[in-house]
Design a protein around this ligand. Sequence first.
Ligand SMILES: *[C@@H]1O[C@H](CO)[C@@H](O)[C@H](O)[C@H]1NC(C)=O
Ligand SMILES: CC(=O)N[C@H]1CO[C@H](CO)[C@@H](O)[C@@H]1O
Length: 190
Amino acid sequence: MFRNVAVVIIFSLSLYCLAEDLVISTKGHQCSIHTSCVSCISETGCKWCVAQGVCTKRSCGDDNEIYPKNTRPNVPGPDFCPRIAETTELIFASGQKERVTIKITRIFLYMANTPWKCKINLNGKDVIIPAVLLADIVYCERFEMKNESENPYIEGTVKVLWNSTRAFDGSLPFKICRCDLESNCVACQN
Ligand SMILES: *[C@@H]1O[C@H](CO)[C@@H](O)[C@H](O)[C@H]1NC(C)=O
Ligand SMILES: CC(=O)N[C@H]1CO[C@H](CO)[C@@H](O)[C@@H]1O
């Protein structure tokens, strides 16, 4: 009974929106603003199309679909999203070339043989560097971790891309210390 009332209210609201010239199909609109699997399927009625990397309320066609928890028996929500599996912050000393390695999970077979990249956000800029996937670890090419500020340390993030441009969910935070200013930083201890 309550459900019917809710349906009537939503229906009237839609009509109201139309009348107000706000012709936005709310559900579909809400889905398409999500650019990550986890945030997409936090929205009831949305599903994530894995290969296309889009959030939609429609069918994904022959693409793999990931649904919000409890809507389908075999696909229980965000645990099935391709994503970065660890989030422990890495710490580096400024000026050194470092290789970032990132454990990821829920890798679909067709992703494995595409070009992998790491997208490093540092000093307000994104740098995309080549990477290699071995088992479930992404090895980013060595990259010079360098501060461009006068702060004792700066923070950045690494994201993982499959097929050159498709983002995996999540990001790994890191910190670069200037050992001249922050000698207590663990990366400056030797
Ligand atoms: C990778 O990207 C290319 C170019 O956008 C596309 O044609 C191809 O289907 C993609 N591969 C996979 C496995 O999605
Ligand atoms: C340790 C290190 O690389 N420090 C540099 C941080 O950035 C400033 C400004 O660019 C440089 O002067 C430091 O040498």
